[in-house]
Each structure stands twice: as C-alpha cells, then as structure tokens.
Design a binder for this molecule. Structure first.
Ligand code: FE
Length: 354
C-alpha cells in the first residue's frame, strides 16, 4: 500500500522535472502474500528469517485447507494470494485439479524435493506443488492391553479381533481420505471398500475429535487402538505438561506395514497461487523453505521429517518413536493418493463411515 501512495505523489513531480522512471519504483516494498493452513506457532521464526534474509515482507492469512481452497475460488483473479501452504496431499492435488496454482519452474526446488513428494509435472515441465515436510499416519495402541503384533498393519484395523476397540477421527477428514486413497492405490477398489467396512465394524465409538483425542482415548481405555499422524504423538511426548507425557507413556506406536508396502506418508506442502501478483517472491519463499536450515526448522518445529533430500532430522521424539532407525515408507507418489479421494468418499458413504 505504501508504494501506491509513493507512486501517486511522485509521478507528477517526476513528470514536471522531466525525469524517467525513478528510484522510487525500486524503493517499492517487497511483499509476499501467504495463505497458510499450517497451524504451528514454530513457523513464525522461519517467516521472520525469510524477511531478514531477503527484505521481503510476509503478509499471512491463516485458515484450514478447505477454507483456503474455498477462498481462492471465491476471490478468483482478484486474489491477493501469492503462496499457498496446505497440510495434506489430497488437498494439494485438489487445488491443482481446480486450477488454483501456477506451475513452478525452479531448479532449486526440483533438486531439493524428491519426485515422489511433489506433483506430477505438467506438459511443459512445471510443478504445481512441492511437499515441504512429511508425516506418517501411524497406529497407536494401549500397551497394557494390546500386543504390538496384533496392530502392525493397516489391514488389521479391519480384522474382527479388534471389534469394539478402534478409535479414529472422521473418515472424511483429509488425513484419512489420503490414507484411504493410499490403501486404494496399494490394494485396489474392492479390497479397500471391504477394509473400510471392517473398520466401521470395529469402532469403539462414532468418529469424533482430532488425532490427539484418539490418542487420549486409547490412554484412558475408551478404546485400545487408534490412528494418528505421527507429530500429534511426538507433541505429547515432548509436552511440558506431565498429563500429556503420561498419555504418551501409556501408548505404543507402530509404523504399519513394514513387512509389505510401507507406512503411509502424507506431506505438508506449498504452491504458487494461479493469480499471484508477486510470483517471483512466492518462488523465492518456497525455495527458502526447501533450504537445509529452513527444512530442519520447518519440519522439527512440528515434529515432522524434512522433505528435502539428504537432511538428517534431529528430533528426540521421532527418534524414540522409530527406535532410532529410518522406517520404511510407501513408495507411491504422494500425488497418487489425491486421485482416489472421490471414489473413497463414495465408499465411506456406502459403508456408513462417518
Ligand atoms: Fe494436523
């Protein structure tokens, strides 16, 4: 806004003085407008680091994934958004399919982020979105009541042996839609629908609450097994509140399907808005988030794993959760899970998964 004011009073004076485009134009404030679904306070330091390094000021709007997508659609060409950060692969895929992103051409991002953690390239080689951190969708169980071997695959969530023991958030939540989309990719349509039906039959209660609520329900004994993103458990493990640590201590964590197709991994990622008014700044910001320093901070702040190649995370909770070893993650492109979410949603309706 300040730049507009400057230009307005500067122009007549410059014309009168017979001067060409002046220094004022270069003094224009550099900004990037960010729409972010990351609800993690630790990202703040990262944003100020970017401004310090580049002089580009960040204006941020916070909303959830669905809210951001709806807002971009409503705003259309008039949208001030430059960069979009979403926290789920299926939502990133949705944004791409809805034409909300402007394909990115960046050697730095292409080099940093593995191909399976970004969108499929467009015909001319642009990338609609890049994963910037990864999170595993893991199984937690009550250590006093459940044997680890009984819950070390996703398939077992539908096994009748878990009847009345399972807690999970709404099937339509993006984290579950992405997990179910991945299962569809691995097992096919028929097996996936049967699996979902089996999960519904095993529920201890109707789906409600977020992932942390499911972990707490396992600790309290309301259920024995639940599904959660890894960082929610890590957050409890690292909490300064003794009651959170007590919850974490009661549950065991399994990275499912280590003997078969690997644990489902989702991404939080970024894109440039289709109608970005500062597209160069937007790419600079995403490139900054993919640098090693930013990656570690970005991922670690929310107890995630960096998406960029060759970065060794140093997070005590994640180390403890994985036993200090890397776990086997699925190797399907994360862009594939989004393709199935429409079909999965229909299955959820068919099997009565709320
Ligand atoms: Fe989350």
């Amino acid at each position: 806004m300040r730049s507009t004011v400057l230009a307005r009073w500067a122009t007549p004076w410059l014309l009168a003085a017979g001067l060409a485009a002046p220094a004022f134009v270069h003094a224009e404030e550099q900004v990037v407008n960010l729409y972010s679904a990351r609800h993690y306070s630790t990202d703040e330091a990262l944003y100020s680091g970017f401004t310090k390094a580049t002089g580009i000021k960040i204006n941020r709007v916070d909303a959830d994934d669905a809210g951001i997508i709806a807002r971009l659609k409503a705003e259309g060409e008039a949208s001030p958004a430059d960069v979009i950060l979403l926290v789920d692969a299926a939502r990133l895929y949705r944004g791409e399919q809805d034409g909300l992103f402007r394909p990115i051409r960046s050697k730095a991002l292409n080099d940093a982020i593995p191909a399976n953690l970004r969108s499929q390239p467009t015909a001319d080689g642009g990338i609609a979105w890049f994963g910037l951190s990864t999170r595993a969708r893991i199984i937690v169980y009550n250590k006093a009541r459940v044997q680890r071997e009984d819950v070390d695959t996703y398939e077992e969530l539908a096994d009748p042996k878990l009847k009345g023991k399972l807690c999970i958030r709404s099937g339509s939540h993006p984290y579950n839609l992405s997990l179910f989309g991945a299962v569809y990719e691995h097992l096919g349509a028929e097996a996936t629908q049967n699996w979902l039906k089996g999960i519904v039959a095993n529920l201890a209660r109707d789906p409600k609450g977020g992932d942390t609520d499911q972990i707490k329900a396992v600790a309290s004994g309301e259920c024995e097994v639940a599904v959660t993103n890894s960082y929610y458990l890590a957050r409890l493990m690292r909490s300064s509140k003794p009651e959170d640590v007590a919850v974490a201590n009661k549950v065991g964590a399994v990275f499912p399907n280590q003997a078969t197709w690997g644990t489902h991994v989702n991404v939080a990622g970024g894109a440039v808005a289709r109608y970005a008014k500062h597209p160069d700044n937007a790419v600079k910001f995403l490139e900054y988030l993919a640098t090693p320093e930013a990656q570690n901070y970005f991922a670690n702040g929310n107890n995630e794993w960096p998406a960029a190649r060759g970065i060794q995370p140093d997070n005590p909770a994640l180390q403890a959760m994985t036993g200090g070893k890397p776990f086997k993650s699925e190797n399907i492109p994360v862009s594939a899970v989004g393709m199935h979410t429409g079909a999965v949603q229909q299955m959820l309706d068919r099997v009565g998964f709320k």
